[in-house]
Design a binder for this molecule. Sequence first.
Ligand SMILES: [Zn+2]
Ligand SMILES: [Zn+2]
Length: 239
Amino acid sequence: MNIKPVAIALADALFPRRCPVCGELPEEGRRICKHCFCRLDFVKEPCCMICGRTVFNETVRLCAECEARPHSFERGCALLCYDDVMRKMVADIKYKNKRSYLEPMGALLCLRYGEQIRAMEADCLIPVPLHPRKFRSRGFNQAELLAREIGRHTAIPVCTDLLLRVRKTEAQKALGAEERIRNLEAAFAVKEREEMPRTAIIVDDIYTTGSTMEACARVLKGAGISRIFFLSLCIVPGF
Ligand SMILES: [Zn+2]
Ligand SMILES: [Zn+2]
């Protein structure tokens, strides 16, 4: 008896690979239903040279947000626009423990940006950390799992013990952009080691204003990492 098909059938029965968009079983051989795939709003060109979000005119090199303030990271890529489809998917991943959804999404991200990722020549992938208390209550860090998927496809090691979240962040809607970054910066710390990586890619699930990414980049740069890039599953459009 050939054991392999049995093992696969068993694994499928135990952990059926559900479509990350609708949660149903997709057509055979697919990880995302055909119909659901069409609902994914991939980031389209032309893109901002720094944050990678869609800009509305080919002559514009930077989005308004990147134009308004400089970043400590060089540039980054996001796979999808953060719309209702992605809002639901990210909520399912985080709050309904649908971590398996990150598998096809990580694969898509690498398929789309493999060349750009290689060009970054990064020594490691650094997921945006969760506060330990949040990590314990959720049981996993979605940014870390996404980084592991990216690492699996690109062979770039994932580093989770360098950037730490040492403080919980308070609600900070009322703060201005710079204040918000400063506030966030204090939430992160680097556990320095003898040999620091030279180039790193920060990985997160959502890029909104870029404050979190900027805070992490500043802290890492302060610790001696000279080049920082980022990868994000989705990005809020229209800045
Ligand atoms: Zn589906
Ligand atoms: Zn931008």
